[in-house]
Write a protein that binds this ligand. Structure first.
Ligand SMILES: Nc1ncnc2c1ncn2[C@@H]1O[C@H](COP(=O)(O)OP(=O)(O)OP(=O)(O)O)[C@@H](O)[C@H]1O
Ligand SMILES: [Mg+2]
Length: 256
């Protein structure tokens, strides 16, 4: 995908841009460079998709020198021309609090509600620290129902400033990351995690290595950082089941 028009800075701490691309679609683009925001998005998104969780479609977006020149923000931040990480804009959506307050009334269910405990599995696999925020989830009206989408992986891997050392230390963390209350409520016991947990556990080393290996070289991840990322994912894949089981007090509807 190639960016053709910069619509402007998106809301949020990362300073992503909303960019119209040559496929006629609009993408929220996180930039590679000083932080690992794009790396985290790339890997978090790809792994969520690989285990069947609902995410916006992702694409590398080519940002040209001309497009950068057209934006004072991109110029000021000295964004490098080349590939950055895009997530296709989900139109007419609500965040989780908006959806709960306006639509759910305790009875309307999400069409894909099974994905909520799945999101908890993914978050505790890659250590996403800010999924308790309602705006890191989207709900989209679809055909009379509502479809849930998981969003924002920038704060996976303990956040966009990780190093090989910090990631290695974080590999062994056993405390559950915070979940949004509506998402925590969807967990009723170990069986809630089973579908996604099984898919994470079944993901082979080669599939994890392929995702990390596909990170664009121009993003400057060192060999050591790539190896650490793979080890982190493989190690936590093995820990995840017991990490989730030991956190049952976080789930008010847990039975048994
Ligand atoms: N693909 C998308 N479709 C629709 N809205 C999106 C999409 N990506 C991001 N947004 C909106 O933009 C907001 C900011 O995006 P995101 O959370 O990914 O970035 P961020 O800068 O890391 O934010 P923060 O650090 O504040 O959580 C989201 O909360 C959401 O409202
Ligand atoms: Mg966010």
């Amino acid at each position: 995908m190639t960016g053709v028009k910069d619509i402007g800075v998106n809301r949020g701490a990362t300073g992503s841009h909303i960019i119209l691309c040559d496929d006629g679609k609009t993408y929220v683009v996180k930039f590679a460079g000083r932080t690992k925001a794009a790396v985290n998005e790339f890997v978090g998104q790809a792994l969520a998709k690989a285990v069947g969780l609902p995410v916006p479609s992702a694409s590398l977006v080519k940002v040209s020198a001309d497009l950068i020149a057209s934006s004072s923000d991109m110029r000021y931040r000295t964004i490098a021309p080349g590939m950055h990480q895009g997530s296709e804009m989900v139109p007419d959506s609500f965040d989780l609090d908006e959806w709960r307050d306006h639509f759910s009334h305790g009875s309307v269910k999400l069409d894909n509600a099974g994905a909520l405990p799945g999101a908890i599995c993914h978050d505790n696999w890659i250590l996403t620290g800010d999924r308790e925020r309602a705006d890191n989830h989207l709900v989209q009206p679809v055909g009379g129902g509502f479809r849930y989408t998981m969003l924002d992986f920038t704060h996976g891997f303990t956040g966009p400033y990780w190093t090989a050392d910090s990631l290695e230390q974080a590999s062994y963390l056993r405390a559950l990351v915070p979940a949004h209350p509506l998402v925590a409520d969807a967990v009723t016991g170990p069986e809630s995690f089973q579908p996604t947990l099984e898919r994470i556990e079944a993901l082979g080393d080669s599939e994890i290595e392929a995702v990390v290996g596909a990170i664009p070289r121009s993003w400057g991840l060192t060999e050591e950082e790539s190896e650490c990322l793979v080890s982190f994912l493989e190690l936590r894949r093995g820990l995840l089941r017991s990490v989730l089981a030991s956190g049952k007090s976080s789930f008010p509807n847990w039975v048994g």
